[in-house]
Ligand binder design. Sequence first.
Ligand code: NAP
Length: 275
Amino acid sequence: MEKSKVLIIGATGRLGYHLAQFSLQFGHPTYILIRDSSLNDPNKAQKLNFLSTAGAIPLKGPLEDENSLTEAVKQVDVVICSIPSKQALDQKLLLKVIKELGVLRRLIEAEDIPYTCICCNLFMGYLLPSLAQPGLKAPPRDKVTIFGDGNAKAVFVKDVDVAACTINAIDDPRTLNKTLYLRPQGNVYSINELVAMWENKIGRELEKIHVPEEELLLKIKESSYPDNLEMIFIYSAFVKGDHTYFDIDECGVDGTKLYPHLKFTTVNEHLDTLV
Ligand SMILES: NC(=O)c1ccc[n+]([C@@H]2O[C@H](COP(=O)([O-])OP(=O)(O)OC[C@H]3O[C@@H](n4cnc5c(N)ncnc54)[C@H](OP(=O)(O)O)[C@@H]3O)[C@@H](O)[C@H]2O)c1
């Protein structure tokens, strides 16, 4: 089967870079949309250089420019947009262009834009290194704050594993118009479990400070967005259990079951690197 042509937006980012690499590895003709400003950043320029050498076709333009978006979307069958979630609404123009062009392969069959929504939960580089402690960059070694009762379970997946799963989903009819959930067994933990695992690794018990749900909500309300983003994610994942309170129904598919050949880095393995 001919491989779908893929456009990656955000290829200089954490997730997007891995997406572009896997897309090339899987043999998809891969286009990347880049902003001029990326070229002035040595780190990003290096990533772009690597991707171009590996065969990615660079196209110029920001998400705000309809002409460059139209030119880019015209070339491909699949668009993967990997810009930060706080910029989610910046994708409105992209959706308009996709709809107007109608070039997506399966658009002929469906009235709406065909999609796969990847529900990858938290990246391991975010909140796990601090054991969900706002403002910390490394796990605490003396005291730790437990939000709510500490029992709601969150899911952490390494960005490179999210990218591998996403690229596997292209051209896979089982994922068409579905949400693909990533919930690998070794990646689902509550704060209480994370703290116990960490204490075991460092051979010391931490002092526990308990912050009830209402107090966390108040702190979120009293600070401004995006300064309160970490607390919002902690509230959603570790207090309300938004990653795990539901079973995956027929509108969704389980990425770990669809792609059993993929190996997911576990929370335990990641915490080992932080000891
Ligand atoms: N970070 C996490 O913990 C996390 C967890 C779960 C899911 N995710 C999801 O992963 C996705 C990507 O997040 P990330 O952390 O990989 O992002 P990131 O590292 O901040 O990268 C953002 C990318 O988007 C590009 N971009 C931003 N605004 C743009 C615009 N107006 N036009 C064109 N390109 C633009 C940037 O390009 P430039 O080089 O030009 O700036 C960069 O390549 C998001 O959907 C997010 O929700 C993230």
